[in-house]
Ligand binder design. Structure first.
Ligand SMILES: C[S@@+](CC[C@H](N)C(=O)[O-])C[C@H]1O[C@@H](n2cnc3c(N)ncnc32)[C@H](O)[C@@H]1O
Length: 210
């Protein structure tokens, strides 16, 4: 893990966090339980960069929380792009929509990700960000592969789970066990190329071979 000094250095030498996003992060931490679930400055800049690099026009996000990461993904998207984000907690709806400030490219779906994902046809999305229930990553992955266009990118968050993934003390923890199964399945999947970035809580990039 990074020392605070090194983290400050990295942030000072990466793109700055836009003021509007800084406010969303701040408000998330003030108003919501687990405000730290917000992607935050560095991961947010990475998400935007990945959208830019892939040229993704249709994006799906599982797990909206306060809407921070959706805003970062949308920053990298072209004007005609569309982003759909699924959030199970209906109490977050008003807060998310106020943070999105009427951006017509952003579409919020309140409900369970596994129930809503079947709404779209095969190959509809260019990029899918998996960041909802950690115990359901395997199920999300199967459906995300169906929804992803050939050459598309899946980004899965929290895949190192505070390091618990490699710590036998967490062998009985349900979330750790599910994330290990997910990491094992992705590692063995020959239909994709993948790399785990040891950034923040672990981010896996999964590219679907054409
Ligand atoms: C880690 S937070 C998302 C953070 C956000 N993507 C960001 O980076 O700013 C996970 C979110 O997933 C939501 N969630 C959990 N289970 C879900 C499910 N089955 N379907 C949809 N959303 C779910 C939680 O309510 C929570 O808001």
């Amino acid at each position: 893990m990074l020392t605070p000094d090194l983290e400050d250095y990295i942030l000072a030498h990466s793109d700055p966090e836009p003021e509007t996003l800084r406010q969303v992060d701040r408000e998330s931490n003030l108003r919501l339980v687990n405000g730290r679930m917000c992607s935050g400055h560095l991961q947010g800049r990475l998400l935007k960069m990945l959208v830019r690099l892939t040229g993704a026009r249709r994006i799906l996000e599982l797990g909206t929380f306060s809407g921070y990461s959706a805003l970062c993904l949308a920053e990298g998207m072209p004007e005609e792009g569309e982003l759909h984000s699924i959030e199970v907690d209906d109490e977050l709806e008003e807060f998310i929509l106020s943070n999105w400030n009427g951006d017509p490219r952003l579409h919020l779906h309140i409900g369970d990700a596994e129930e809503i994902m079947p709404s779209w046809p095969n190959g509809y999305f260019d990029l899918i960000f998996i960041d909802a229930d950690k115990r359901r990553y395997l199920e999300y992955y199967a459906e995300a592969k169906r929804l992803l266009s050939p050459g598309g990118l899946i980004i899965a968050d929290n895949t190192l789970w505070s390091g618990h993934i490699a710590d036998p003390a967490y062998d009985r923890d349900a979330q750790t066990r599910a994330l290990r199964r997910f990491n094992d399945l992705v590692a063995a999947d020959t239909e994709v190329e993948k790399v785990i970035l040891p950034m923040r809580d672990g981010i896996t990039l999964i590219w679907k071979k054409p």
